[in-house]
Design a protein around this ligand. Structure first.
Ligand SMILES: *[C@@H]1O[C@H](CO)[C@@H](O)[C@H](O)[C@H]1NC(C)=O
Ligand SMILES: *[C@@H]1O[C@H](CO)[C@@H](O)[C@H](O)[C@H]1NC(C)=O
Ligand SMILES: *[C@@H]1O[C@H](CO)[C@@H](O)[C@H](O)[C@H]1NC(C)=O
Ligand SMILES: *[C@@H]1O[C@H](CO)[C@@H](O)[C@H](O)[C@H]1NC(C)=O
Length: 331
């Protein structure tokens, strides 16, 4: 492939975008990392920042819970059948965990000063889903399977059911002992392209782009679309009227399926958030958007790779942390 270098591919689990936009255009958008494909070092690109610390099929290899991954998958299948929104919810929860102090399930801990109470994490769901899966694991293999691994496996399996490719989730993570909302430094929607990039880099990823944000319309946004959205999201709700739920990306519909239509919309100036539309302001990200818009397969591959990498950010292993019995509390 020559010496082509993706400075960054920003792609997202943009199917989380249909999560919600309220009157305040409060919404959840997840943009996930990227990859750098240096010729001859594909291996290194696949290995995440600290993936070497993890093990392929950890619970089977160490004979602690041979079917752990099957148990998770089975529960996710049951839960997904009832509610397909678990896919974007789990994905966003995973992102919120991994980008803040690493993939240590710290976002699951309860407490007034915990990460989950930080303003950036408002609207996070899926805690109950993790509890349900954990309960089953505790029945089958008590005290063995970490909440951090469950979150990673469950997100992978749910997103796969939504149409994303499956990807390897190495296991053996342990759960963190602390959670502090002061550590939640998820970027705001008005973050600049350069700052976004620096944020991902600081986490050992080649790019970063991501947020739990407050949206503002992009100056280049298609005017027809802008007024459609404005109509759906009145500045003020009438008495008794509930905040309308609006999909940021009407193309992907309400079925929460995994598509690359996000990129097509960026190219058509139909992103709602400035941070998304900024993909066109940089030559690298513009090219990548065009590529992903044209080839769903390219997007799928990059997605799988970056998810693997994200799941290995600053993991705890061996005698670090603990295996929580209840994901919401330290033992
Ligand atoms: C099914 O999903 C709904 C939300 O869509 C949730 O309120 C309910 O608890 C779920 N039921 C089960 C059995 O998981
Ligand atoms: C904006 O979107 C509308 C509706 O999708 C479309 O008809 C129109 O051509 C778009 N305008 C521009 C400038 O692309
Ligand atoms: C989900 O919605 C999209 C866009 O409306 C559509 O293209 C796709 O076929 C749907 N998928 C399923 C599984 O219904
Ligand atoms: C999107 O906006 C940019 C900047 O205003 C403009 O150059 C470009 O032609 C627009 N693209 C479409 C498809 O409307």
């Amino acid at each position: 492939m020559g010496t082509r270098h993706y400075g960054l591919a920003t792609y997202l689990a943009r199917f989380t975008e249909r999560d919600m936009v309220m009157k305040k255009i409060f919404l959840a958008v997840v943009a996930i990392g990227t990859l750098s494909l240096f010729p001859g070092t594909a291996e290194a690109a696949v290995m995440g920042p600290s993936m070497q610390k993890l093990t392929w099929h950890f619970y089977k290899v160490y004979n602690t819970c041979e079917n752990a991954e099957n148990f998770v998958r089975h529960q996710v299948e049951i839960l997904y059948k009832n509610d397909t929104t678990i896919a974007p919810k789990l994905l966003r929860l995973l992102y919120s965990d991994c980008f803040v102090t690493g993939c240590d399930a710290s976002v699951l801990l309860e407490g007034p000063n915990s990460e989950r109470n930080a303003p950036q994490n408002r609207g996070l769901g899926a805690f109950v889903i993790i509890d349900k899966i954990k309960k089953v694991l505790e029945q089958r293999c008590p005290g063995v399977v970490s909440c951090a691994d469950i979150l990673n496996l469950a997100a992978r399996d749910a997103v796969h059911l939504a149409g994303a490719p499956s990807y390897p989730v190495f296991t053996g993570r342990r759960d963190g002992l602390t959670s502090d909302k002061q550590t939640v430094d998820l970027p705001s929607p008005s973050i600049s392209w350069d700052a976004s990039m620096a944020y991902f880099k600081s986490r050992g990823l080649n790019v970063l782009d991501m947020a739990t944000l407050l949206g503002k319309p992009s100056p280049t946004m298609n005017k027809t679309f802008l007024s459609e959205m404005a109509n759906k999201c009145p500045p003020r709700t009438k008495k008794g009227q509930t905040d309308p739920l609006v999909y940021l990306n009407p193309d992907s519909g309400s079925n929460h399926s995994f598509t690359s239509s996000f990129y097509t919309r960026v190219l058509a100036n139909k992103s709602v958030l400035e941070v998304d539309q900024q993909l066109l302001y940089n030559e690298d990200t513009k090219q990548i958007s065009e590529e992903f818009s044209a080839s769903f397969e390219d997007f799928r591959k990059s997605f799988a790779l970056s998810m693997s990498k994200m799941g290995s950010i600053n993991v705890l292993t061996k005698n670090e942390g603990e295996i929580r019995r209840d994901c919401r509390r330290r033992n």
